[in-house]
Design a protein around this ligand. Structure first.
Ligand SMILES: NC(=O)C[C@H](N)C(=O)O
Length: 332
């Protein structure tokens, strides 16, 4: 069988880190990473490109757009693309790419490491092998490969700062897992044809704010957000999706913002399971203010969907329609 042709796009992160006087900083190129894993060359034809060299804390929407363009350029020439990336914001990048790369029929797999690839206890090699296994399995779409697991890009969340099982697939099964006898596909779209031709849609609006409610959040914060020109706000509300309206009533401010055309989406502070704004009075009153229910989307998926939706349209009604649609498994 012909070897699959894979492009590794290196963007930095711990996987590529070496010691510098300022602490760990990305130093290795894609070729340098691949040199430490020579056995991959037996099964794949691999090329690499160094497109960024950043700790992922410095990866922002402009870098997502840049990555989406580099992926789009390369797609016709490769069977799959692997992006090495820092873990800290990988879930945001994976979600953003999931919306920007519409109707992917090839795998785009993000991976990284908790320990640099050159160090003794590194998890980088295993994670890279998992990413290559995802390509080999004939999967398609944006995915995160980490700690022997393959997850949907818009479902992965970083849940640990030090553990090797740093990512979880939230409210969605793993796409696959690595066992001693190979990849077990648990919930895959392997072999499925994309519904429409591939399209790069990488326009984003960065005027999006994320607010995590605390008991006692002041209503006036929303005046400031309006004055600052935010067009989209994501609120991490309590439990199934509630906010306070006694003593410090947030509701009139929220209504004022939606009346001004600001799109507000509400998800839960709980990591697992869905929010349902229709369940409690404290949620229904939010719906009455015209907010968009975030259902079971992760914070990363909802923030990036807001940026992406506002990049596609200026009409808040159309933003609502975009949120009602499931593009890449981000919402059930
Ligand atoms: N493990 C890592 O990759 C963390 C690193 N600070 C990054 O996100 O770039």
């Amino acid at each position: 069988m012909q070897k699959k042709k894979v492009l590794l796009l290196a963007t930095g992160g711990t996987i590529a880190c070496t010691h510098s006087q300022e602490g760990l900083a990305p130093g290795l190129s894609g070729a340098g990473i691949l040199k430490l894993l020579p056995e991959l060359q037996e099964d794949f034809t691999i090329e690499s490109r160094d497109i960024l060299n950043l700790d992922s804390s410095n990866i922002q929407p402009e870098e997502w757009q840049f990555m989406a363009e580099r992926v789009t350029e390369a797609l016709p020439d490769y069977d799959g693309i692997i992006i090495t990336h820092g873990t800290d914001t990988m879930a945001y990048t994976a979600s953003a790419l999931s919306y920007m790369l519409q109707n992917l029929s090839k795998p785009v797999v993000l991976t990284g490491a908790q320990i640099p690839i050159g160090q003794m206890f590194t998890d980088a090699k295993r994670n890279l092998q998992t990413a290559f296994a995802a390509v080999n399995a004939g999967l398609s779409g944006v995915m995160v490969a980490f700690d022997d697991k393959i997850m949907g890009g818009c479902r992965a969340v970083k849940v640990r700062t030090m553990g090797f099982d740093a990512f979880e697939s939230i409210s969605a099964p793993y796409i696959g897992k690595i066992y001693a006898d190979g990849v077990h596909l648990e919930h895959s779209r392997a072999g499925e044809e994309a519904a429409a031709p591939f399209e790069l849609k990488n326009k984003l609006c960065t005027d999006v704010f994320l607010l995590k409610l605390i008991p006692g959040t002041k209503p006036e914060i929303f005046d400031s957000l309006l004055a600052l020109g935010y067009r989209g706000i994501v609120i991490e509300a309590f439990g199934a999706g509630g906010t306070h309206f006694e003593r410090r009533n947030l509701l009139p401010k929220l209504k004022k913002l939606t009346d001004h055309g600001v799109s507000i989406a509400v998800c839960s502070q709980c990591l697992y399971e869905k929010s349902d704004l229709s369940l409690y009075e404290v949620g229904r009153k939010l719906l009455d203010c015209g907010v968009i229910p975030g259902r079971d989307m992760t914070t990363e998926a909802i923030v990036t969907k807001m940026m992406w939706a506002l990049g596609q349209t200026e009409d808040p009604a159309e933003v609502k329609e975009i949120f009602a649609r499931n593009y890449c498994g981000e919402v059930s």
